[in-house]
Design a protein around this ligand. Sequence first.
Ligand SMILES: Cc1cc2nc3c(=O)[nH]c(=O)nc-3n(C[C@H](O)[C@H](O)[C@H](O)COP(=O)(O)O)c2cc1C
Length: 347
Amino acid sequence: MAFTHLFSKYMLPGNMSLKNRLVMAPMTRCFADDELAPTEAMLSYYQARSDMGLIVTEATMIEPQAQGYPHTPGIYSDKQIRAWARVVDAVHEAGGRIFCQLWHTGRMAHSHYTGKRPMAPSAVGMEGPLPRAPDLSYEIPLEMEVSDIEKIQTYYVDAARNAIKAGFDGVELHGANGYLMDQFLHQQTNQRTDDYGGNPVNRSRFVLEVIDKTIAAVSSYRVGIRLSPQAYINLDYTSGDEETFNYLLEQLNLRQLAYVHVAAFDAQQRYDYLGGRPIDYVRKNYTGTVIGCGGYTPVSAEIEIHNRRIHLVAFGRSLIANPDLPSQIRNGEKLLPYDESMLQSLR
Ligand SMILES: Cc1cc2nc3c(=O)[nH]c(=O)nc-3n(C[C@H](O)[C@H](O)[C@H](O)COP(=O)(O)O)c2cc1C
């Protein structure tokens, strides 16, 4: 296969040109230093993947209270911003583009890392042990006051400003996978009765306010968002959740965002309440650029772009296994299969 679609250029809003349709999926690796700043090894890891049309960094914390995993990087301290600037420069020097994924874990934060009880839309806890720290169990979060909501929104905006200061081409708001933004969007985790809960408009309010404040700070074409309208990880589906995403996507159509990135581990999985695959649901309801992700192979991605199901494709695990994925695809080389043991080191 010639992969003509995968290797065609793409123009994001704001005349941001991408050299191909390949995106590095955001992946938490837990290799930041003790001050939660990116290291030289992380610089090399990202630089090695600069032939991808766009890199989205691992989820990056907007403030210290956002932490739920060991050694995840932040973008709130001067040291972190300076260290990210070195990573960004290295990627740019190698001809790549890079967005920073901005993250707050909400109820999935832990006092072991933060010294404080986590905060979330509602006091609904997760069951079970923490990933990558199995000796810890989740805590019942405190319900956020409106003043907490406003403060956290400010952290998102400050983090976006910091990312642009570090030279990032843009930011991707992590609205997927059951973290803070997703907790506002789903009824199981958002049981509020004020302006931030109770109906689709109110459940979308937190996310839309962050988007609008971030757009005002760094401009719309520097802001993308990752969403998982299906509840597939870290929270459960409640009947009617799709109405919130119908409204949210309708609202996103009114803003010139860089893109909507649909998160999944298997993009082909169908959900009755979305009328099929999440990616098709988003394409039906959203008119801008869409990134698909989750179990794609070069062949399936080429076909999906050809059929206009997606504009760009993100690869995660296969890119951990094959740092030089674009040239391997181009040269028809056999890809090394991903193995979980590969998470033990950065390469
Ligand atoms: C080790 C690992 C870490 C991940 N961390 C993140 C993350 O920080 N942010 C995020 O949005 N998704 C994260 N994901 C999900 C990936 O972005 C992606 O959606 C998933 O791996 C499916 O794509 P793939 O089949 O190409 O690997 C992670 C996945 C893996 C395997």
